[in-house]
Design a protein around this ligand. Structure first.
Ligand code: SF4
Ligand code: SF4
Length: 371
């Protein structure tokens, strides 16, 4: 597979356009583009957050992709995403505004169709179907534009995980509830990724997130724009750049086991891998996980044993909590109540999905271990 990697120091549109253009030329994207095509851009807009924070895909990267498409005769470009939380006009208008998408390229239409369509899966999938946001099901061509981050539940968020945002609104927490174990949830993500099957995946790693991602971590810039058609192998490659043992991330290990990711077959195009990379701080939920340092045949059983003893639970700091209720709204187990303008958690029934931590705008939720 061809993996492109270009050094881009900051969010400068000209430099990003250069990196995206060179990447797309190397990947042969122009050959795919035909007049009249409906192209969907799928960014990461997990929550309403100013783009100065490394939470969402930066608008300058989205603009550069749109500029390339427009220069190649495409004028039907829709930006479509279902953030964490609700999926309706009021909620998404706030997300678009806060994430800096008001000044996007004039050829990008911000999706305002909040319907969804059920798409059947092949017989050998554990999921019979996925309910996907409508623009994704109508697209002739999908460009996945993710943000590189750590993630409290999955450990890593790149191209595969970004596609979870094609599931509408609060159906996402329901899927956490349906697949509470990381092995099952990761298998679901891979089946979803195969169903959506984006044509190209761009990674915004100019600034990236370490620590308590995907929303509560801190900045760890890599100054990189990457792109590939094979986003499974690209996730393997990108995890390595973060100092993460790729196969310690269950969805990446499963992608290798299923033959979706082929890490022995990477042809790097562009700049060399930077020599001064430093490992990303892991999320608190993964800090005691040493399975990545074990041989592959031991990693899986070790993860199963550790997850039993090291089960993590959310803990709210009542001094920081502002009582907004976003955690309760996103909790699939419905065990969070807002009392006296503060969140109150019950441990019983918690599936440790950390949707609550992900959606907390005040960073009031930390991780507590069972032991
Ligand atoms: S309390 Fe938080 S971690 Fe527990 S089930 Fe609810 S959202 Fe998931
Ligand atoms: S989301 Fe955070 S700030 Fe809002 S109620 Fe929950 S814990 Fe408090």
């Amino acid at each position: 597979m061809i993996q492109t990697l270009y050094n881009v120091e900051e969010y400068n549109e000209e430099k990003i356009y250069e990196a995206v253009s060179k990447s797309f030329e190397a990947l042969g994207v122009a050959n795919d583009l035909k007049p009249g095509m409906k192209v969907v851009l799928k960014p990461n807009l997990v929550m309403a957050k100013n783009p100065q924070y490394p939470v969402t895909t930066h608008p300058a990267v989205i603009n550069a992709v749109a500029e390339y498409l427009h220069a190649h005769g495409i004028d039907d470009i829709t930006l479509a995403e279902s953030s964490g939380g609700l999926y309706n006009a009021e909620y998404m208008k706030n997300v678009y505004r806060t994430c800096g998408l008001k000044a996007l390229h004039p050829y990008i239409r911000l999706n305002m169709d909040f319907s969804s369509v059920s798409v059947n899966c092949p017989d050998n999938f554990a999921n019979h179907s996925f309910n996907l946001i409508t623009p994704v099901t109508n697209a002739d061509y999908i460009i996945n534009i993710c943000k590189l981050k750590t993630h409290a539940m999955t450990g890593f968020s790149g191209g595969i995980k970004n596609l979870f945002g094609t599931i509408p609104g609060l159906e996402k927490p329901q899927m956490h509830y349906r697949w509470p174990a990381i092995e099952d949830f990761s298998r679901m993500l891979l089946e979803l990724a195969q169903t959506v099957n984006p044509n190209v995946t761009v990674i915004d790693a100019i600034d990236a997130m370490e620590g308590n991602g995907p929303t509560g971590g801190t900045s760890h810039p890599l100054h990189l724009i990457m792109a590939a058609r094979d986003f499974y192998t690209q996730d393997y490659f990108a995890a390595g750049l973060m100092g993460i043992e790729p196969e310690s991330i269950v969805m990446i290990r499963q992608a290798v086991e299923r033959g979706l990711a082929t890490p022995d077959d990477i042809t790097l195009v562009g700049d060399p891998v930077p020599a001064d990379l430093t490992p990303f701080v892991k999320p608190d939920t993964h800090k005691l996980d040493f399975s990545g340092s074990l041989p592959a045949f031991l990693a899986k059983p070790a993860t199963a044993v550790m997850s039993h003893f090291l089960k993590s639970y959310p803990k709210v700091d009542k001094n920081i909590c502002v009582g907004c209720g976003k955690c309760a709204e996103s909790c699939p187990a419905h065990i969070i109540k807002i009392e006296n303008h503060k969140a109150k958690f019950t441990k019983r029934g918690c599936i440790s999905c950390f949707c609550c931590q992900e959606m907390c705008p005040a960073k009031a939720i930390s991780v507590k271990r069972a032991l």
